[in-house]
Design a protein. Structure first.
Length: 249
């Protein structure tokens, strides 16, 4: 197939929709957005890739190449032309088969079946691996969401308690604490719902940023912090990038 793709890239030919497997997988990994705009190599129209794979992770798309790519000639194709397109490799094989002996044809068919079985086995292994990666990422997101939901609940409970016991707080600070509680309660519930019933792949997002700001404000107003079994509540998470050192450019 690499030879066929190379021949199709000769001067005067269009190669924007023709790839070796390695080139296509690399394209999907590095610039999925551009890949989704790849036109059909046969008709020049849209392949409909964005509609099908916009929300699909690149690692999964790479395991679905046969849906839109010809392994023989390297063309990326729309559904209409996927199985009815110009393919130099298949045309050459047809011409060769017209002159082949029965014995050679039988051997060729046996070899083709063996290759087909090997390709199918490899594709199955890739699908299994992709599913494992997907499940692993899903499990990691769930674990992260659980941590965020637990911390948000602690912040909600802290603000609720401090809103009821406002000893030593000025009237202005009391009112500010009362204003913080509904926001903290809403965000806490939202983060818990994302833990139990996620509707996207985002972890925390703006809700998490907001609950951190709310907790910082509550600490400022009360001069108090949340204590846990491990010490003061840490609003940084194990997966957060390291904080830049002071003075570091």
């Amino acid at each position: 197939m690499a030879e066929a793709a190379a021949r199709l890239r000769e001067p005067g030919s269009s190669s924007s929709s023709i790839f070796t497997k390695e080139e296509l997988e690399d394209f999907i990994t590095k610039d999925k957005k551009a890949f989704l705009k790849t036109p059909c190599a046969e008709c020049g129209g849209s392949c409909g890739l964005a509609k099908k794979y916009k929300e699909t992770m690149a690692v999964i798309v790479k395991n679905m190449l046969d849906n839109f790519w010809c392994r023989d000639c390297g063309r990326v194709l729309c559904d209409k032309d996927r199985y009815q397109h110009t393919c130099e490799v298949i045309d050459a094989a047809k011409e060769k088969n017209a002159k082949i002996t029965k014995e050679s044809l039988a051997q060729q068919l046996a070899d083709d079946e063996a290759r087909k079985a090997a390709v199918e086995a490899a594709a199955k292994a890739e699908r299994i691996r992709a599913a494992e990666i997907l499940e692993q990422e899903k499990s990691q997101r769930k674990a992260k969401r659980k941590i965020l939901a637990q911390k948000a609940k602690q912040v909600e409970s802290f603000i609720q308690q401090r809103s009821r016991d406002t000893t030593g707080l000025s009237e202005s600070k009391k009112n500010q604490m009362l204003e913080l509680y509904p926001r903290a309660s809403r965000i806490s519930l939202a983060l818990y719902n994302q833990f139990e019933h996620p509707d996207n792949t985002e972890v925390g997002g703006q809700d998490w940023e907001d609950i951190k700001e709310i907790y910082a404000k509550a600490r400022e107003l009360t001069g108090m912090i949340i204590m846990t079994e491990d010490g003061p509540l840490d609003m940084r998470n194990p997966w957060d990038p390291p904080e830049e050192q002071e003075g570091h450019a």
